[in-house]
Design a protein around this ligand. Structure first.
Ligand code: MIC
Ligand code: SF4
Length: 645
């Protein structure tokens, strides 16, 4: 029986566990990446492990999220990360060099290798045939120290692409179609593998748009084969030597197959407030808009920008619309500057932003009240833009640019003939903003620069014998990590200060939560399905930890957040019967008797007694050997310290 591409790469990296679907497996990690919003914590954790040099083939620290620097905090974090990187063997991509995923694809990604990154859009690397997975900072720290990364051996979904995209229909529309079919939780426990004749019609940046936004499916990752098109891309990046051909066997067996005929796709938009709330451009055409933002790790490649410039040429941004453009990397921005496309954008009235995440994570450019904003990004969760009632639509760069000129949402297919947009034969290569680490022999000479905002990791304690605690918060379905631990210009500077950032925990749902939780001492959160979808930010587990949350009981979890809870020593529980969700109200006292003993004994079905109502609620606590030990120890840091002894 043949193998899928996913299986081939995972098999080549397997260090622990058996190759059985649903089992936990440990894989060797070749490369890691961090960004600054998760990086400070990841490097504090790495330091706490006491490993002098990273043991990966390549580890890169990017600065791209917190670049507003409205106080000293961000700049201090940048300096801290830069100094840790220099000392411990990590390449440092300076602020201004670009968004981590875009730069990694251009300069570091290698087909067939494994990459984990402390950012949920790390699967962008799947565009060149990597197994690239988003993870919590602590998992990345462990991988840098040479430890394996653990995932559930995934199901593999084949997306069979046929046909060819029509003019002005984009890669973004492909992933919007997949989201329309599978939903934001349809990918949990799965890898999405793109195959078929249609693959050959898509360039690497287009493939990367698709694998990037595969994160919104809740998937472990997404991957394309590595073929001649991949080789051309790497050659143009002067990295042809890292290319290898990779594809699934012809007789590979998949768990699910989805057929997509590219020729049948039309422009689409993900409507507020979920990436799977899809409508066609035809349905939305004529909707008046207030803002357009082009950029983010989903759609900021040179190819995207050239299309945008073509549409803006000789035009003016509509008087009622604000258009911002953030090219994804220094390479892209510089090439736009040299070939005149940047001048076209400026001339049309675009507000050019630095090559960073910017508005995508609420760092500036928040829309007006109730403002309708078309964005080429990947997430439109409520409040993420920085405007609580902002209405965010996720679209392709083509649709965004055409609409910015028209002042209303337009179907870009009305733009007339589309010229052929080709990738250059050689990109502008200049890695002068990537600082290499010092040699091992010189590492003692590097001083670690710590700012006053950097506070230590919260204290953890081993799992209690029994837990009796109030339900401090009850929330519904599809709670994102942007609800749990919001980002944005005011809160992001606090990413290295857990006590301070915890004051904003669940601010979108219930501003009184942090104080209530602290005054309760210990508590339990109750939630619905797909709890913790979205970002990889471990702060969404560390803040609850700091506030005394001992367990989270939900209908189902998103993958990365569940792992982050375990890493923080918080017990992840799911209802055996989803209907029992109704048997708990906020404020009820819940009891898990003998929980420590039960976890040690490997008992997965536990009983939560609602002492307020008397209801007995069966719950699942599915921990395997390793995750069980982590929770018992009080989190991954304590567990790793123990195992290093
Ligand atoms: C995001 O898109 O939500 C982020 C900001 O990139 C996060 C990481 C973070 O919260 O720092 C992610 O996707 O993991
Ligand atoms: Fe940055 Fe947005 Fe991409 Fe997250 S999704 S890495 S915030 S550009």
């Amino acid at each position: 029986m043949g193998l899928t591409l996913t299986e081939k790469i995972l098999k080549a990296h397997l260090v622990e566990g058996e190759f059985v679907k649903g089992n936990e497996i440990g894989i060797k990690i070749d490369q890691t990446l961090t960004q600054d919003a998760t990086g400070t914590m990841a490097y504090l954790e790495f330091e706490a492990m006491g490993v002098p040099r990273v043991k990966t083939e390549r580890s890169v620290a990017y600065i791209d999220h917190n670049t507003l620097q409205s106080g000293f905090e961000n700049a201090d974090d940048h300096r801290f990360i830069g100094s840790v990187a220099k000392k411990h063997g990590i390449y440092f991509s300076r602020p201004g060099n670009g968004i981590c995923h875009q730069v990694h694809l251009e300069r570091f990604g290698v087909p067939g290798k494994t990459l984990i990154g402390s950012d949920s859009h790390t699967p962008t690397g799947g565009g060149i045939g990597m197994i690239a997975i988003g993870a919590g900072g602590l998992d990345v720290a462990v991988a840098m120290g040479g430890g394996a990364y653990y995932i559930t051996y995934p199901k593999v979904v084949k997306v069979n692409l046929t046909g060819k995209l029509n003019s002005w229909v984009a890669a973004k529309d492909v992933i919007l179609e997949v989201l329309r079919r599978m939903s934001v939780k349809g990918g949990v426990g799965k890898v999405i593998e793109y195959c078929g004749e249609g693959v050959k019609t898509l360039s690497v940046p287009e493939r990367a748009t698709i694998t990037n936004m595969g994160a919104e499916l809740g998937a472990t990752t997404s991957i394309f084969p590595s073929d001649e098109i991949t080789r051309e891309f790497l050659k143009a990046q002067e990295r042809e030597e890292v290319w290898v051909e990779l594809k699934a066997d012809d007789d590979a067996v998949y768990d699910e197959v989805i057929e997509i005929n590219l020729s049948e796709l039309a422009p689409m938009a993900a409507c507020p407030h979920s990436p799977d709330n899809i409508k066609s451009a035809t349905e939305l055409e004529g909707m008046k808009i207030d803002q357009v933002c082009i950029g983010s790790c989903t759609n900021s490649s040179l190819l995207d920008m050239l299309k945008v410039a073509h549409i803006l040429k000789g035009k003016t941004v509509h008087p009622d619309v604000s258009l911002s453009i953030a090219p994804g990397s220094k390479q892209v921005l510089n090439m736009l500057a040299k070939n005149g496309a940047l001048s076209i954008m400026i001339d049309a009235g675009a507000r050019i932003l630095e090559s960073a995440c910017g508005p995508c994570i609420g760092m500036g450019q928040s829309p007006n009240s109730k403002g309708i904003s078309l964005r080429t990004f990947n997430r439109n969760f409520e409040g993420r833009s920085g405007t609580k009632d902002g209405q965010i639509y996720l679209v392709s760069p083509e649709l965004a640019a055409a609409s910015a000129v028209a002042g209303v949402l337009v179907d870009p297919r009305g733009l007339g003939d589309m010229p052929e947009f080709k990738l250059p034969e050689v990109f502008e290569i200049n890695d002068n903003m990537i600082v290499p680490p010092v040699d091992e022999k010189d590492m003692d000479s590097v001083e670690i620069l710590r700012g006053p905002n950097i506070k230590p990791f919260p204290t953890t304690t081993p799992l209690d014998d029994s837990i009796e605690a109030a339900c401090s918060l009850k929330v519904g379905d599809n709670i994102t990590t942007d609800h749990i631990m919001p980002a944005g210009a005011k809160i992001l500077p606090l990413r290295s200060n857990i006590p301070a950032i915890s004051k904003h925990c669940f601010a979108v749902c219930d501003e009184a939560f942090p104080e209530r939780a602290l005054s309760l001492g210990k508590s339990i959160i109750v939630g619905g399905s797909n709890y913790g979808q979205g970002s990889s930010r471990e702060h969404a587990a560390l803040a609850p930890l700091y506030l005394g949350v001992k367990a989270v009981l939900v209908k189902s979890f998103a993958r990365i957040h569940r792992a982050n809870l375990i890493n923080a020593g918080i017990l992840p529980l799911t209802f055996v019967n989803e209907a029992d969700y109704d048997k708990i109200s906020q404020g009820d006292i819940l009891e898990l008797a003998d929980v420590r003993k039960n976890v040690i004994d490997g008992i997965t079905k536990l009983c939560v007694v609602n002492k307020t109502t008397g209801a007995e609620i069966p719950v699942l606590c599915e921990l395997t050997g390793r995750t069980k030990d982590i929770v018992l120890a009080g989190g991954l840091l304590d567990y790793t310290r123990e195992s290093l002894k």
